[in-house]
Design a protein around this ligand. Structure first.
Ligand SMILES: Cc1cc2nc3c(=O)[nH]c(=O)nc-3n(C[C@H](O)[C@H](O)[C@H](O)COP(=O)(O)OP(=O)(O)OC[C@H]3O[C@@H](n4cnc5c(N)ncnc54)[C@H](O)[C@@H]3O)c2cc1C
Length: 285
């Protein structure tokens, strides 16, 4: 289908983008990699009156750097840049691992981490990884800057707490240090979106798990972590049977998604399987 008519602007600077968002944010959409927005517009699921193409900000907002104990990733950093980052391979290898299984080469070359988080598709991969890393998003507007934990950023399917006048400029998190991490997913065979995915960040000492963060994609309307699972994992031995036992029923009672790719029961069952696989893969590193 052809998108409905829209105005198009290519502001040259961050200040110009923020000014446009302040004036026309309610009826506008920011265009980053376009790999979610353009399909949504072609299906007329999104009909913005104005497109604010932020391609001029690509040099400014494409970066991966370490400052103090924080890893900072610019919102326009592409999946390919994440997948190939030596810094992330060393400090947060779960991110290159997860980025490498997103879509196809074309999607990874254009799709941005900022677009992925703001689009908030429940089947996207990086939102759950960022949740497991306890990341924060940095949002800018003409009124200033605010920082919000990813844990409260997602509000529903394709919904976040971003305001119409705000631009996501950075995602940052504390480097997980000596912890082990991995992302495993059951991919949709056509698009590679996750039917269910699990991001695990675990600490280990003396053959036992000392702490765990396990976040799920594809399972429910927003990426989720379960206190009960993470508490149960503490003190668990690192063998497969013990991990499987701890993960058993971890998503029971969750109001899971249901579509032609999987029923609620199937998704809840896959949460057990992929939590176990992600934790075991992390421990094997
Ligand atoms: C064939 C195909 C397969 C895919 N497979 C996967 C997959 O396996 N896993 C996966 O996770 N994803 C997958 N995707 C989605 C892909 O990851 C998208 O690129 C991503 O969801 C959106 O990023 P983008 O930069 O393209 O954003 P855009 O499409 O440009 O924008 C998406 C939304 O975010 C907003 N936005 C973008 N950047 C900002 C910003 N900095 N501040 C404020 N708002 C912003 C836009 O206004 C829009 O509402 C797939 C997409 C396609 C087309």
């Amino acid at each position: 289908m052809i998108p409905s008519a829209f105005d198009y602007s290519t502001p040259a600077s961050l200040d110009e983008v923020l000014q446009l968002l302040a004036e026309e944010g309610e009826n506008s959409k920011v265009l980053a990699g376009g790999h979610s927005l353009i399909p949504a517009m072609r299906l007329r699921l999104a009909q913005p009156e104005k497109i604010i193409d932020i391609k001029a900000l690509r040099p400014q907002l494409s970066y991966i750097k370490e400052e103090g104990d924080l890893i900072k990733i610019g919102a326009m950093t592409t999946y390919y840049q994440i997948e190939t980052s030596d810094l992330l391979k060393e400090k947060a290898p779960i991110l290159p691992e997860a980025a490498s299984v997103i879509g196809d080469v074309q999607v990874r070359n254009w799709g941005t981490v900022g677009g992925s988080l703001v689009h908030a598709d429940p089947s996207s991969d990086l939102p759950s990884v960022m949740l497991a890393l306890d990341a924060e998003v940095v949002l800018k507007s003409t009124k200033g800057e605010r920082v919000e934990p990813v844990s409260s950023f997602f509000a529903g399917i394709l919904q976040t707490t971003i305001e119409p006048d705000e631009l996501l400029v950075e995602i940052r998190f504390k480097a997980p240090g000596g912890k082990k991490s991995s992302y495993k997913k059951l991919p949709n065979k056509a698009s590679h979106y996750s039917v269910v995915g699990a991001a695990a960040v675990v600490g280990v000492a003396d053959g036992k798990i000392t702490d765990a963060a396990v976040a799920f994609s594809g399972l429910a309307e927003i990426p989720m972590r379960f206190d009960a699972l993470e508490q149960k994992l503490v003190g668990v031995a690192t063998d497969e049977a013990s991990i499987a036992e701890a993960c058993k029923g971890c998503a029971s009672g969750v109001d899971a998604l249901e579509d032609l790719h999987g029923s609620q029961d199937y998704r809840r069952a896959m949460a057990d399987v992929f939590a176990k696989r992600a934790i075991l893969a992390a421990l094997s590193k």
